[in-house]
Design a protein. Structure first.
Lengths: 441, 315, 307
């Protein structure tokens, strides 16, 4: 009995070692390898069918539309199958990183400016070739270059702008401002006046400090920039402090809600925002969110330029690529992937299906073609962007590695300022320190 | 241990001749310590208890009720008019939500059902087997292995997921249900092993010994004694595995890459997206829909939970 | 005849059989063992290895020795995460277990409609991980939420509980207590397993309800209380989903809800420092293992097993 028991245990010990060793081998064999996916058809040998995987994020509307686009592509390109891989925004990057770690990077990847550099500098996405970019303006195309190589092509552009509710302005007896000349101080005053005039539970503006894009605009207005071309911080402490001070001024004159409410509105997305719930007159948003905001609020919202565009040295607003299409550096089907990206960017039928869901199309011809099809809100966006274009000086370069942490840092520091746990000066110091650490590493 | 004889009606105040009375019968012949206060008072107390339970229940359920109400409002109104009673009733959220994704929602319910059923069966079989070994068998290093088993649930999923992904990828199991079900067949849910160990240890060892005297080996003891007497623990395991697997988001997100393999939690997440239009109405509607199976499982599984050991005795 | 021989054999063999059940153990533990090695041990060992590397997920790992660990201990957010997590665990777990036990006792027997009540009290646990919880919690604890409306009735002005740095963690603790359904069910199962015979015998001896509770229910329930305590503690230390959803993934406001695993997740997946995250995970494992060991040692003093 005892002998049997010991032997059994020893056998188990050996088995343990053997299995762990096998596992370790699997780990080393697999990292960095591509094509372990069961659905990945290697090389399309016998039936000539090539499968490529396309990853994107969004909500159910976008998923449905994108599937239609995929069907269209497959119709026009028999022999290529596109496998969809979609999730919501939060899960997207986790999944992408894990898949990459496991050697299963998708072939065509939707990218975003805050992550582009991280993926490019580590060789996950490669230089794009074989895609026709002739209809895309150079200054927009350049926003997808890292180290001089084009690694992502913008799908479309957005602008960071002020969204205003004319009805609440009217209710409060305040005139809509001239958005080409208004200053930051005027913005604060207007918000305060609206809050007083519109009654309880309605404010002038939603806090703007949670998004570093606003800071970037202010910096550019003053001739600085959030990130320099070489990827370091290019904004001064004074500018940052000024940026946060505006929020404090707005809280002081009642133009924006108290700190707790501001945090809540921030977490509530467009539907639960100040504008979306008819609880306020202004808010800063990306231009492609106008539709969601209008639906939620039920009013006809307007787009305005940000304050201070003519207050300082130059205009600060810019066109941000809504998202990019990139191709995996280790893809087994580079031509087919490039073909698909080309299709996504340049085929007018694609644009007709998705309209401005991925930003106002970067391809100018395609943009023209869809203008008549746009919804009222999107029409406003298109007009706004066309109006804005001549006044835009330049577009910012791709944010450096680690830029995706900036959003969290910004949220944290802004909350400290709102709750008066940090002064704007202290906040500026903290910002420079934390962001410096994030992008320096 | 006495055998329980056939029950006869107790006659208070008298000593019945014939078969010995059960303890319960004898106890019943003794007066309660506290004098009874009359039937009316007892009824009032009962009603009060119900009222308290219902009131507390309503407080507990408020968030759910709000979600239920919101599922009947058009999405734009959910935040604009956050009251508990919808001003506009809109059943469109349910139809929209059902058809919003690439497949009708029933597809995702089915996927979840497959994963869950596999997980429940896996856990029931493998965890009870392992628990029997830890609770009843003596073997070298038992405490050490038990400690190692507990350690396995102390590492957060986020650092385990990447090595697991690599492992499953090398087996070509990604985008199948295998990474989700096979671990359950291998008793990796230490929670349930531990749960059953505690329950098994609560079963008197005398039963085991009696069985052994009758010539039963371990397998028979496990099948004929431990399992039947641990029905509450097994029911608990089944119910919890069901619910936790049904709601498990992260591993399902990572291991299932093709949308038509998606399960309910992933499908629900795709209704909201911070960067574009969120469909709160359909999200709430489908959340309610996906709650129903879980709720039903729980409602009907309860009766197995509450079967306890009413009598003991060597049968 | 055969029976007597059988009995004699087993009787005579009894001491030998008790010495080691190795073979039987191997049989019963086989699936568990395979699972341990394949599914658990490999990732465990791999993550330990990764904790000594700089691993961005996007590239292969590179050895850095103890750098992650030293960086950890000079990271203020790391200590903030520890503080938040310990506070959360030490306050909300006892509260949750107390609520679970209380409700389990009330809903054990003696009332009509128990199945219904139990389901009602269990429902919140089903929602615990839902993405809708963020909205729901805001509806209740937000600046204009239910709690403040009720307080307003009494003339008290409430703050935005869920978005205030001083109170946000409290709302998450309440969320944990709100989802007491799981331990409640386990307590119910445990209550049901106490042989009625004991209660009967005690009644005979004249024990009242409270005495019966103290002397029968509690002692016989201690294995289950112990189980719930150990596992709720382990689970609470790894609490992630609620904080992630309610704070929008930030651990805010201002890191007041920066749970340890939330910070770990941020480091691993957002900052591309999976090596650092692995180091954090192993530190957590040591803390939790230590605490569990203490629990087990202490259990000798208050947990009563029948074997």
């Amino acid at each position: 009995m005892r002998v049997t028991a010991t032997r059994a245990l020893r056998r188990r010990g050996v088995a343990l070692v053997a299995l762990t060793a096998a596992g370790a081998l699997a780990l080393t064999a697999c990292s960095g390898d591509s094509g372990a996916m069961p659905s990945d058809d290697d090389g399309g040998g016998d039936d000539g069918n090539v499968e490529i995987r396309f990853a994107w994020w969004g909500s159910d509307d976008r998923h449905k539309t994108t599937q239609q686009i995929i069907d269209l592509f497959e119709e026009k390109n028999p022999g290529i199958t596109v496998v969809p891989d979609y999730t919501d925004w939060d899960g997207y990057w986790d999944k992408l990183a894990t898949a990459t770690a496991g050697g299963d990077t998708p072939d065509v990847i939707t990218q975003e400016e805050r992550y582009l550099s991280d993926y490019a500098s580590r060789g996950v996405i490669g230089e794009l070739s074989g895609v026709d970019t002739s209809e895309i303006p150079e200054d927009i195309l350049s926003t997808g270059e890292v180290d001089g190589k084009l690694v992502g092509i913008p799908t479309g552009v957005n602008a960071y702008a002020m969204v205003a509710d004319p009805q609440i302005f009217a209710d409060a007896g305040v005139e809509m401002p001239d958005d080409t000349t208004w200053t930051w101080d005027e913005y604060v005053d207007i918000a305060g006046t609206i809050a007083k005039g519109a009654g309880d539970g309605v404010w002038g503006a939603q806090d703007y400090g949670f998004n570093e894009a606003g800071l970037n605009v202010l910096a550019r207005q003053k001739g600085e920039a959030l990130y320099d071309e070489d990827g370091s911080l290019g904004v001064s402490k004074e500018t940052i402090a000024e940026f946060f001070q505006t929020s404090l001024d707005l809280m002081a004159n009642g133009g924006q809600p108290d700190a707790s409410r501001s945090v809540e509105y921030q977490n509530a997305g467009p539907e639960g925002s100040l504008l979306g719930t008819n609880a306020g007159a202004m808010g800063v948003w990306w231009s492609n969110q106008l539709g969601a905001l209008s639906d939620a609020s039920g009013h006809d919202l307007e787009l305005l330029r940000l304050p201070g565009e003519s207050e300082f040295e130059r205009t600060g607003m810019y066109f941000k690529p809504a998202m990019y299409y990139s191709i995996s550096a280790k893809t087994k089907h580079p031509e087919e992937s490039a073909k698909f990206v080309d299709f996504l960017l340049n085929d007018p039928e694609v644009a007709k299906l998705q309209l401005t869901d991925r930003g106002l199309p970067a391809n100018l011809k395609v943009r023209e073609a869809i203008l008549p099809e746009l919804t009222a809100a999107d029409q406003k966006v298109a007009d706004f962007m066309a109006d804005l274009e001549p006044d835009i000086v330049d577009n910012p370069s791709v944010p450096p590695n680690g830029a995706n942490e900036i959003q969290d840092i910004m949220i944290r520091i802004n909350t400290e300022v709102l709750f008066e746990r940090m002064t704007p000066d202290e906040a500026a110091d903290a910002f420079l320190k934390d962001v410096g650490a994030a992008i320096g590493g | 241990m006495t055998d329980a004889p056939a029950r006869t009606e107790p006659r208070p105040g008298s000593h019945p001749q014939g078969p010995r009375p059960t303890l319960a019968e004898v106890a019943a012949t003794y007066p309660d310590r506290r004098p009874s206060r009359g039937r009316a008072w007892a009824a009032v107390r009962r009603v009060l208890r119900h009222v308290a339970l219902i009131a507390f229940g309503l407080v507990m359920l408020y968030p759910l009720l709000w979600m239920l109400a919101s599922s009947f409002k058009p999405t734009e109104l959910i935040f604009r008019e956050p009251g508990l009673i919808p001003t506009e009733w809109d059943f469109g959220n349910y139809t929209d939500g059902w058809n919003a994704l690439l497949d009708p929602f029933s597809h995702y319910l089915l996927n979840s059902a497959v994963v869950v059923l596999g997980s429940v069966l896996g856990n029931l079989v493998s965890c009870s087997m392992a628990a029997y070994a830890f609770a009843r068998l003596k073997f070298r290093g038992r405490n050490l292995w038990f400690a190692i088993m507990l350690m396995s649930i102390m590492l957060p999923i986020h650092v385990i997921i990447v090595p697991q992904y690599i492992l499953f990828s090398s087996l070509s199991w990604i985008n199948t249900f295998l990474p989700l079900i096979v671990p359950k067949l291998l008793a990796t849910d230490a929670f349930f092993v531990f749960l059953m160990v505690q329950f098994f240890r609560g079963i008197p060892k005398d039963l085991d010994e009696a069985a052994r005297l009758d010539g039963c080996g371990h397998v028979r003891i496990y099948l004929r004694i431990m399992l039947p007497l641990s029905l509450p623990a097994l029911a608990t395991t089944a119910i919890f595995t069901f619910i936790w697997t049904w709601n498990d988001f992260f591993s399902q997100l990572i291991f299932l890459t093709k949308p038509d393999m998606y399960t309910v939690p992933i499908a629900l997440r795709t209704f909201v997206d911070a960067t574009s239009n969120s469909s709160w109405g359909p999200l709430f509607a489908m959340s309610i829909v996906s709650l129903i199976p879980v709720f039903l499982v729980f409602l009907f599984g309860q009766k197995y939970l509450v079967k306890g050991i009413a009598t003991t005795g060597i049968k | 005849m055969a029976v007597i021989q059988e009995v004699a054999r087993t009787r005579g063999a009894a001491p030998e059989r008790r010495k080691g059940d190795g073979r039987a153990a191997a049989l019963f533990l086989a699936p568990w063992f395979v699972g341990l090695v394949l599914v658990t041990a490999f990732p465990l060992v791999a993550s330990l290895y990764l904790s000594f590397t700089d691993y961005s997920l996007l590239e292969a790992p590179g050895w850095v020795g103890l750098e992650n660990y030293t960086a950890m201990f000079s990271d203020p957010r790391f200590f903030q995460a520890l503080k938040v997590t310990f506070t959360y665990v030490l306050v909300s777990v006892p509260l949750q277990l107390a609520a679970a036990l209380a409700l389990a006792m009330v809903l054990d027997k003696g009332l009509r409609g128990l199945a219904f009540y139990r389901s009602v009290y269990y429902l919140p646990s089903l929602l615990g991980g839902s993405v809708a919880i963020a909205i729901l919690w805001r509806q209740v604890f937000g600046a204009d939420g239910l709690v403040n409306q009720v307080l307003g009735f009494f003339g008290i002005e409430g703050v935005g509980w869920v978005s205030h740095p001083d109170y946000a963690l409290g709302t998450l603790m309440i969320l944990n207590v709100w989802t007491f359904g799981a331990p409640m069910i386990i307590f119910l199962a445990g209550l049901r397993q106490i042989p009625a015979m004991y209660y009967e015998a005690a009644s005979i001896d004249g024990a009242g309800r409270w005495r019966r509770f103290r002397s029968i229910t509690v002692p016989l329930l201690t294995p289950i209380i112990f189980f719930n305590l150990v596992l709720q503690l382990i689970g609470a230390f790894q609490s992630f989903t609620q904080a992630f959803i309610v704070s929008g993934g930030t651990g805010g406001p201002v890191d007041s809800t920066l749970f340890y695993t939330l910070y770990l997740y941020e480091k691993g997946f957002s900052s591309y420092q999976m090596g650092y995250a692995s180091a954090m995970a192993w530190f957590l494992l040591l803390v939790v293992a230590g605490m569990t060991a203490v629990n087990f040692l202490a259990s000798k003093f208050w947990v009563f097993y029948d074997d």
